[in-house]
Design a protein around this ligand. Structure first.
Ligand code: NAP
Length: 495
């Protein structure tokens, strides 16, 4: 199906692609791109082409900035209560359409329908949370220590924002940026990942229906993100870049943003340690690990990437965990029985193959999986490896797939040092029944987010983000998420 060759019959267009058939979403209208190019969208479960979306050029980038600029003043002057109600409506429409959106995410991303449903609920929640936050933005008032002078601090929308998102959470990574930006009073241009643009466009149609005025949210796909984003960042009216993606691209964008001294929020890669002490509840730890490792088939920045199990329970843990992994049903994302969908691309499978081959060549042993599945689609089976040498490539790189390397450790000090031996610092997981030890280790592990006896950290009400090379800034949380889209203005006065 090409989004330009649609049928209006719902059976032939279950995802409502016809609503956004004609292009980029700029200034509240669906416009063809200035160039002729199209970007094909592939179903990772079948390798079939499911759609083709427009390929924005530099002229389109300039038009998007113009649209965002035209809408900026009236949106920042829109009363917070009104902005809040529009955001709330976005939440309600996402909930109403959750099955359709989950199906679309599964189709273009490949993730299991159950994961896609979870993503839609999580993504919608950013609208509800920020609808509530939009009416609670306040300033500060103080008296200068010397007396007399008064310090007034007003928080103002930062300006036009460029938002760039990855393919692994096509809905949630977009709403985690759009909702707080709109709550703060900013207008935005979203560039979703080329692999999963359909969800972003489906959501754009929904925002319009919710009453988001033309130009407040603009969405554009491009196969040349470097120059297209540089064009936008080169416009002095753009004041914010919020990026989620790999650390490598994040570094490139930080350099680009530096040219105009643009404020940057960076949600980058991870290499999460998952630490299980001897005294942990093994069943609970395995349950948590199944979530931390296998949500999205391992294609998550927070995915457990290095699993450290204390020597006293290592054997029993490996055995039980392997049974759970081997029993997972692998299949197309859209199949409701699937527990582990395909990887996003052939290239992603090849990276996993390389990491597994490297570990095995250094002495690691697969307890299940370890070989690419034959047939079409970008499938890789759930895999457990033991005796993985820490110096293996998979100890340093994001696996981004359903591969769980187990490492053995003896002492608390040893595992803290091992957990911190990485340039990343996004999430970390700790399982122990000793809450004192849990808190002590949590304070020493270098990560922006710690899950203590939990397999999931993400929550729109909590600040999400990393330290070290995992990023700059936070998304979500009581004030953190919106603060990224605001600028403090200090007014000195006396009376
Ligand atoms: P990616 O290759 O860095 O791409 C992310 C986005 O950046 C895509 O929209 C991509 O567009 C765009 N992009 C690529 N090169 C660019 C350039 N030179 N200038 C401007 N934009 C550019 O990452 P990915 O493979 O999509 O996503 C996986 C990565 O994201 C992993 O490292 C994961 O850990 C990270 N991630 C982090 C978080 C977090 O919250 N910390 C959450 C999710 C994912 P194209 O698609 O057109 O290339």
């Amino acid at each position: 199906m090409n989004v330009n060759q649609h049928s209006s019959h719902p059976d032939h267009d279950p995802f409502g692609l016809s609503a956004f058939s004609d292009g980029l979403y700029i200034g509240g209208a669906w416009r063809p791109a200035a160039g002729e190019g199209r970007i094909e969208v592939i179903d990772p479960s079948t390798e079939a082409i499911i759609a083709a979306v427009p390929d924005a050029t530099l002229a389109d980038a300039a038009a998007a900035v113009e649209a965002a600029a035209s809408a900026a003043e009236s949106w920042r002057e829109t009363p917070p209560r009104k902005r809040s109600e529009i955001l709330r409506r976005c939440f309600e429409l996402m909930v109403e359409r959750s099955e359709m959106l989950a199906g679309l995410i599964s189709l273009e991303n490949g993730k299991a329908l159950r994961d896609a449903r979870g993503e839609v609920a999580y993504a919608a929640e950013f609208f509800r949370w920020n609808a509530e936050e939009a009416v609670r933005i306040s300033g500060e008032f103080g008296i200068a220590p010397a007396g007399g002078n008064r310090i007034v601090v007003d928080y103002q929308p930062i300006g036009i924002c460029v938002l760039i998102t990855p393919w692994n959470f096509p809905a949630a990574m977009a709403t985690r940026k759009i909702a707080p930006a709109l709550a703060a009073g900013c207008t935005v241009i979203l560039k979703p990942a080329s692999e999963t643009p359909l969800t972003a466009y489906a959501l754009a149609a929904l925002y319009e229906e919710a009453g988001v005025p033309p130009g407040v949210v603009n969405v554009m796909t491009t196969s040349t993100p470097g120059p297209v984003i540089a064009e936008m960042l080169g416009d002095p009216r753009v004041r914010k870049l919020s990026f989620t993606g790999s650390t490598g691209v994040g570094r490139t964008l930080l350099a680009e943003a530096a040219k105009n001294v643009i404020s940057c929020s960076m949600e980058l890669g991870g290499n999460a340690p998952f630490i299980v002490f001897d005294d942990a509840d093994i069943d609970a730890a395995i349950e948590g690990l199944m979530v931390a490792k296998m949500r999205n088939a391992g294609e998550a920045c927070t995915a457990a990437n290095r699993i450290y199990v204390q020597s006293g329970i290592h054997g029993a843990f490996a055995e039980k965990f392997t049974r759970r992994m081997a029993a997972l049903r692998v299949g197309p994302g859209v199949d409701p029985d699937t527990e582990c969908g395909p990887m996003i691309t052939r290239k992603a499978v090849e990276k996993i193959e390389r990491l597994v081959a490297d570990a095995i060549s250094r002495g690691a042993r697969p307890l299940c999986g370890g070989r690419t599945l034959a047939g079409g689609g970008f499938f890789y089976p759930p895999t457990v490896l033991v005796d993985v040498p820490p110096a293996s490539d998979m100890g340093c790189e994001e696996i981004f797939g359903p591969v769980a390397p187990l490492y053995r450790f003896e002492t608390e000090a040893e595992v803290i040092a091992a957990a911190n031996d990485t340039e990343y610092g996004l999430a970390a997981y700790i399982y122990t029944r000793d809450i004192g030890r849990g808190m002590r280790v949590a304070s020493k592990v270098e990560a922006g987010m710690i899950a203590l006896n939990r397999g999931l950290v993400s929550d729109p009400a909590a600040p999400f983000g990393g330290v070290k090379q995992s990023g700059l800034g936070r998304e979500g949380g009581q004030h953190h998420g919106i603060a990224e889209f605001m600028e403090a203005k200090y007014i000195a006065t006396s009376f």
